[in-house]
Design a protein around this ligand. Sequence first.
Ligand code: B12
Length: 241
Amino acid sequence: MDYTNQMKSTITAWGADLVGIADVAALAGIKTNPVDLLAPFTRAVSIAVQLPVSVFEMISDQPTPVYAAICPTVNRLLDEIAFKTSRKLQIDGYLSQPIPASQTLDRENWYAAISHKAVARLAGLGWQGKNLLLITPKYGSRVRLVTVLTNAPLECDGPVKNRCGQCHNCQEACPVGAIKGVSTESHYQSRNEALHFRRCVEKLTGEFAKMPDIGVPICGICIKVCPFGRKIKHNKSINHT
Ligand code: B12
């Protein structure tokens, strides 16, 4: 097996559901903190972990305590996988840097070190949907993401086609009408092109995060109603009588 596939199967064995490689050159122009974050690197490894479908099915018009508890658990798993990935790349002789799964560096404008969604899209994990999130063909947006930057000579994957089509489920379901319903073939030029961004931020930070047993700015409604990844296979041999 070549080095890229070896790395991908090792990362999968550590608990990742999806792994792809983005060419850092394709990220030219993206906002990063610090501005020269990408300078020493040529590749970005994008890693996704799926959340249980049932967690989203329990959400109606607000996030649930179960969802609030699971998000940090998945972030911890992602951070651990990213750390181990980075460590292995370093042992193999390459530079590497994990970017935390969920760390906001600018709380006024809501920016992290780099957008995991942008990396994931260029690594072929999915497309940027009308809900502004990464939508994967298999799990929809029911995944959380992490990124590892490296200069290892990994083989790159490429973006996949946007499959939102005429679906407007997320736009119709958003409790504050934040989703504009605009399609993109690649990615939005600004968050405001896809969202009434402040409406989303205010609902999540001003209301949902202040609810008892929630405490974090989460929602989950535009994830739940997305048709991608919603179906699960039932084991027909199980007798429920
Ligand atoms: C701050 C933050 C928030 C803020 C601001 C959200 C926002 N839209 O920026 C708040 C608190 C509101 C929030 C809300 C949510 N968040 Co949030 N959030 C983050 C965080 C920590 C940073 C995001 C950031 O820096 N955005 C910067 C903007 C500019 O990036 P962007 O949204 O991707 O959009 C631009 C780029 O993608 C760019 N782009 C895309 N491709 C390319 C390519 C090139 C070459 C260039 C130049 C640009 C480019 O174009 C877009 C417009 O400029 C990330 C973790 C991370 N490091 O990515 C999680 C993250 C984005 N959040 C996540 C989630 C799930 C949510 C929520 C659903 C809440 C929840 N858990 O229920 C909502 C969804 C809101 C929505 N519909 O967008 C997940 C998304 C997973 C997925 N499947 O896509 C992430 C990745 C966390 C994770 N580790 O998984 N979040």
